[in-house]
Design a protein around this ligand. Structure first.
Ligand code: NAD
Length: 349
């Protein structure tokens, strides 16, 4: 059997952290080709190309400074060159770029190739929401699994213990993904409830914006816990509305569910920017530019996509927390009113 070639599409904060794991794991197993190509969106950093910096110094100085990448991870600026010949494609880039990248590589898929998406977010489709994995499936005609969990990239890169969830319907692929990405400090559980795993990864970012509002408004930990619980209830209700097949509540108890929700509501960038939104009065767009050094926010955009679907289905009232996050970010709703979506939540009526 020829060795399995792996390509990583994306090289931001999470992309670089997972490249560190994948680069090491492929060297330990004789299943994989030891060279891992990583597509890098080319940028000039202090007069030098980011790809050249990564290939010479083995560090993504912009998105994961202070961490060395294994030498067998090779940065490639061209999408087609990166994806050609790959048996496994790992998608890890902000969701707004996925369609364009898939269009570029669609004609170059190796027969039998399959993928996994680490992307948290959703897109708009003609009938409402579209999962990112569905965009990849449709454009590339490959099987796609998902990986989501309580995985703040910098902590994973520091090799601090965490868990993650892979949603995968193909048992053989699930095993290969485990071999590719599991380490003693990055423990993977595979479940077959893929849509739920993926929708959890997108929706928790909306709840995190609500948690950030609480911090900005100096509400205490009790209030934040209420936001997390009510947010989780809305996540479950939305998943039941949206996911194909049955939605298993057990999936919400995996890392992709309650664990990711907690970590994002305490540590993530969506929470941080939402807190600053309250304290500074600046717009979300301004703060994203100012605070994130090129990293992208997911929560506000996901709230807009979800809100559209809820409106179409006449169900805004059933999801007051999601709706309130959207209205506060984009429609000028006064953030001090945020508490009313908790007080008058259907859970309390
Ligand atoms: N960072 C985390 O802690 C974390 C953890 C788990 C999941 N995720 C998810 O992983 C996905 C990727 O996040 P990340 O943290 O790696 O990215 P990021 O937000 O750190 O980085 C932005 C990336 O986008 C690229 N980019 C910028 N402009 C572009 C353009 N015009 N076209 C294409 N690419 C462009 C940059 O090169 C960079 O690689 C997101 O869906 C995120 O929600 C992130």
């Amino acid at each position: 059997m020829p060795p399995t070639r792996v390509c990583i599409i994306g090289s931001g904060n999470w992309g670089s952290a997972i490249a560190k794991i994948i680069g090491k794991n492929v060297q330990r197993s004789n299943r994989f080709d030891p060279i891992v190509k990583m597509w890098v969106f080319e940028e000039i950093i202090n007069g030098k190309k980011l790809t050249e910096i990564i290939n010479k110094d083995h560090e993504n100085v912009k998105y994961l400074p202070g961490h060395k990448l294994p030498h067998n991870v090779v940065a490639v600026p061209d999408t087609v060159e990166a994806a050609t010949g790959a048996d496994i494609l790992v998608f890890v880039l902000p969701h707004q770029f996925i369609s364009r990248i898939c269009d570029q590589i669609a004609a170059h898929m190796k027969p039998g190739a399959f993928g996994i998406s680490l992307i948290k977010g959703v897109d708009e489709g003609p009938e409402g929401l579209k999962l990112i994995s569905d965009i990849i499936r449709e454009k590339l005609k490959i099987e796609v699994s998902v990986l989501m969990g309580a995985n703040i990239a910098s902590e994973v890169a520091d090799e601090k213990f965490c868990e993650t969830t892979i949603g995968c319907k193909n048992e053989k692929h699930g095993q290969i993904f485990k071999e590719l990405m599991q380490t003693p400090n990055f423990r993977i559980t595979v479940v077959d409830d893929c849509d739920t795993v993926e929708i959890c990864g997108a929706l928790k970012n909306i709840v995190a914006v609500g948690a950030g509002f609480c911090d900005g408004l100096n509400f205490g930990d009790n209030t934040k816990a209420a936001v997390i619980r009510l947010g989780l209830m809305e996540m479950v209700a939305f998943a039941k509305l949206f996911c194909r097949g049955s939605v298993s509540i057990a999936t919400f108890l995996e890392s992709c569910g309650v664990a990711d929700l907690i970590t994002t509501c305490y540590g993530g960038r969506n929470r941080k920017v939402a807190e600053a939104f309250v304290r500074t009065g600046k717009s979300i767009e301004e703060l994203e530019k100012e605070m994130l050094n090129g990293q992208k926010l997911q929560g506000p955009q996901t709230s807009a996509e979800v809100y559209k679907v809820l409106k179409q289905k006449n169900m805004v009232d059933k999801f007051p927390l999601f709706a309130s996050v959207y209205q506060t970010c984009y429609e000028g709703r006064v953030v001090q009113e945020f508490i009313s979506c908790l007080q008058n939540h259907p859970e309390h009526m």
